[in-house]
Structures are given as C-alpha cells and as structure tokens.
Design a protein around this ligand. Structure first.
Ligand code: SAM
Length: 287
C-alpha cells in the first residue's frame, strides 16, 4: 500500500467517510520521498518510536519498517477506522487515541519500550502546537535519544538557529540547552493534502546526555531567558528589569562581570553569556 499518493489517500479517507480538519492541523503527506527519509534518520531496529499524530498512517508505515516498535498517539478518534485499515498488515504498532500534550509519557515509555535500546519521537507535527510539544518533550527529561519532526520552515529556522543570531528566540535557547539541533531537509507545501500556506522542514534534535552549560537554577534561567526575548528590540537591562522586577543596577553589574556593555540587546547574547548572567542573578559564586 502506497499511502503517500494523493489518489490512494483520497480514496481511503473517502471510503471511511473521513474529512480533514484544519483546526487539528490535518495536512497529510502525499510525497513518497519524505517519510522514508524521516524514518531512517530517526530510528533503527533497536528503537522504540513514539509518533505524535499519525493521521492516516503514512509516516507510521515507514516507521514500522525501520523501528522495533511504534506507538502512535492520535487526538482524532474519527481516524480509528482509517488507521485500522492502513496499518492492518503491521504487527509492531499500537495506536492510542488521546491528546499527546496530556499523555503520561513516563508511563508510556516504561510500559511499551522497556525492551528497546533507544527511544525516539518522530512526527509530522500539528503546526498549532509545535513548540509546546517540543518543549514538553525536552523538559520531560525522559530517556529520549532524538526528536525528528516536521515543522513549519520558519519554526525550523528559529528552533535550530544559533543562540546569538537574529533568528534566535527563547525557544532557541531552550532547544540548545537540551539538544543539538539540525535542519535535515526542506519539504514544499505541495507535498501535503491539502497544501498548507507555508513550506516545512524536517529537523532532528539529538538530546544531550550531559548538558554543555552550567546553570545554577534552571527554573530561574528559563524565566530570565523568557524575559530577555519578550521585547527583543529593547536593551536587556530595560526588558529584564521591567518583566522580572530586578533593579537596573544589579543587571548592569551582571553585564559588567560578563564584559558586556550595558546597552546590549538580548538577541545578540551567546549561550555562555546568558548562563553567566543568569547564574550571577541567581546568587552565584561571583556575586
Ligand atoms: N502523520 C500524518 C502525515 O504525516 O500525513 C499526519 C500529520 S498532521 C500534520 C498532524 C496530526 O496530528 C493529525 O492527524 C491530527 O489529528 C493530530 N493531532 C493534532 N493535535 C494532536 C494532539 N494534541 N495530540 C495527538 N495528535 C494530534
């Protein structure tokens, strides 16, 4: 069954009386080259794969061919008969119907992947919750080896930017803290049914086993980073003092310790500098 084909997919969806829902980000892949590349990059025969949003199962089928086991979480119950049909010949897959954002991932990994050497997350993510899903996965600190997902091209550029570049935002810092990121390849809008208004890209986040950066208080670090990027055109001193209620003098002192001018804007700061300022503010050794 070649599901990555416009006519085949259309016929299957129609035969099950299924209509695509824009509100759930249902743009299904119909480009036969994309899913095999994603699956090969995400997993091997020792990997247990969590797929978020299998849709009609086009990526799922490729993951089943590459991985030891695949567990999918799909929000739309109406896809049940479609997936029953499209995955009927696969014996290493299970579909759970529910909201991926509310899932007890720790339990799922324990229950389903205890005999797998590695765990990966692979998905063509619903665009309306791309960043929340990625952050939830990274912050969960579960033993995930990599997150290989398709996102909007602009989101890919932001998520995989270098901290200190213009494209970077709070989410770039967070991704960088937890993972090494790369854009694997771009996917044009015509590869989907229906075509979205934007192009996409597949990114791979290789989760760091050990953090590269020393942060004294992680919660405070992420609060500081969020404050830094809230108004990126203003100086760090003005933005952070307003949103975190920290005195401008203390912020100037922090910048001085890191050899940065007091007019510096957050968007130009490197990862080490953000960590050093946050550590100073958290009452680190140099304060
Ligand atoms: N994997 C399929 C493909 O590549 O053709 C479908 C991808 S489509 C972009 C996103 C899928 O995520 C849809 O099937 C949608 O119903 C599902 N979805 C949306 N929100 C979800 C959520 N919170 N939890 C789980 N699945 C969700």
């Amino acid at each position: 069954m070649n599901l990555a084909n416009y006519e085949t997919l259309r016929k299957i969806l129609q035969s099950e009386g299924f209509s695509l829902k824009k509100s759930l980000g249902q743009n299904f892949l119909v480009d036969p080259t994309v899913c095999p590349r994603m699956a090969k990059s995400a997993c091997d025969k020792d990997t247990g794969v969590l797929e978020i949003g299998p849709g009609a199962g086009v990526l799922t089928r490729e993951l089943c061919a590459e991985a030891k086991r695949v567990v999918c979480v799909e929000l739309d119950e109406k896809l049940r008969p479609v997936l029953k049909k499209t995955l009927a010949d696969k014996d290493n897959v299970e579909v759970i119907f529910g909201d991926a954002m509310k899932l007890d991932l720790e339990k799922l990994i324990k229950d389903k992947f205890s005999d797998c050497e590695r765990i990966a997350v692979c998905a063509n993510l619903p665009y309306y919750i791309t960043s929340p899903i990625i952050m939830m996965l990274l912050e969960s600190r579960l033993p995930i080896d990599n997150i290989t997902v398709m996102v909007q091209k602009e989101a890919a550029e932001r998520l995989c930017a270098t901290v200190g570049d213009r494209q970077a935002g709070a989410v770039t810092v967070a991704v960088n803290y937890f993972a090494e990121s790369e854009i694997l390849f771009e996917v044009l809008r015509d590869s989907f049914m229906p075509p979205p208004n934007v192009d996409s890209a597949v990114i791979k986040l290789a989760v760091r086993e050990k953090r590269d950066f020393e942060v004294l208080d992680e919660k405070e670090f992420f609060r500081f980073v969020k404050a830094c990027f809230a108004q990126r055109r203003k100086t760090l001193v003005n933005t952070v003092s307003a949103s975190m209620g920290i005195s401008k003098d203390l912020l100037r002192e922090a910048l001085k310790r890191v050899n940065l001018p007091e007019t510096v804007r957050s968007e130009s700061l490197k990862m080490e500098e953000l960590c050093a300022i946050s550590n100073f503010l958290s009452g680190g050794e140099n304060r």
